[in-house]
Design a protein around this ligand. Structure first.
Ligand code: GLU
Length: 171
C-alpha cells in the first residue's frame, strides 16, 4: 500500500515531505520519491528501498521550493526500480504525478500514446497519467486532471504539479 504526502506553504517543502514519508513507512513500500517546485523549476529524486536512501539522496541536493509531492510505492506494474518509482513525468518533464492504485486500462492508453509518438520511460501504469495530463493541459491543471480522470479506469489517489504553475498541487 503506497503513501502520498503533499505540501504547499511558506516553509521549505523538503523536510516536511521527508517527515511525512517517514510517518507513512509503516504502510510498507519498495521505493520512494519526491518532487519540489521552486518557481518554474522542479527538483526531483527517486530511490529504491528505505526512506533513509531517499533522505541521503535528497540531502545532497539543493532543494529550496515550498511546494511539493512525495510518494512511497508498492509496485503493482513494473519491478521496484528507480525508473518505476514515482513521481512520473511527461516527455517535457512539465507534469509530475504520484499515484496510489491501478490504472486498469493502461495497456490500451499506452498503445495509443506510443502510436502518437510518446516514448515511455517506465513499466508502470502510472506513467500514462503524466502523458495524458500533459496532453490535456491548456493552462488549467484542474481541468487537465479532470479530463484525464475521465479517460482512465481503475482505482486512484493522485497528486500532480506542473512546472508552469508554481504553488499549485492538484489532488
Ligand atoms: N500502480 C502503481 C505502480 O505500480 C502505483 C502503485 C502504488 O499504489 O504504490 O507504480
Amino acid at each position: 500500500m503506497c503513501g502520498i504526502i503533499c505540501y504547499v506553504g511558506n516553509q521549505k517543502a523538503r523536510a516536511i515531505l521527508m517527515e511525512g514519508l517517514k510517518r507513512l513507512e509503516y504502510r510498507g513500500y519498495d521505493s520512494a520519491g519526491l518532487a519540489v517546485q521552486d518557481g518554474d523549476h522542479i527538483d526531483y529524486c527517486r530511490t529504491v528501498g528505505k526512506i533513509v536512501e531517499l533522505e541521503r539522496a535528497v540531502g545532497e541536493m539543493e532543494i529550496n521550493g515550498t511546494c511539493g509531492i512525495a510518494h512511497t510505492r508498492w509496485a503493482t506494474h513494473g519491478e521496484p526500480s528507480v525508473e518505476n518509482a514515482h513521481p512520473h513525468t511527461d516527455t517535457k518533464k512539465e507534469v509530475f504525478v504520484i499515484h496510489n492504485g491501478i490504472i486498469e486500462n493502461f495497456h490500451l492508453l499506452k498503445k495509443k500514446l506510443e502510436k502518437s509518438g510518446v516514448s515511455f520511460r517506465s513499466q508502470t501504469d502510472t506513467e500514462v497519467l503524466a502523458h495524458l495530463i500533459a496532453m490535456n493541459f491548456n493552462g488549467d491543471l484542474n481541468e487537465a486532471v479532470r479530463k484525464t480522470m475521465s479517460q482512465v479506469e481503475g482505482t486512484f489517489g493522485i497528486a500532480v504539479i506542473h512546472r508552469r504553475l508554481p504553488g499549485q498541487v492538484v489532488v
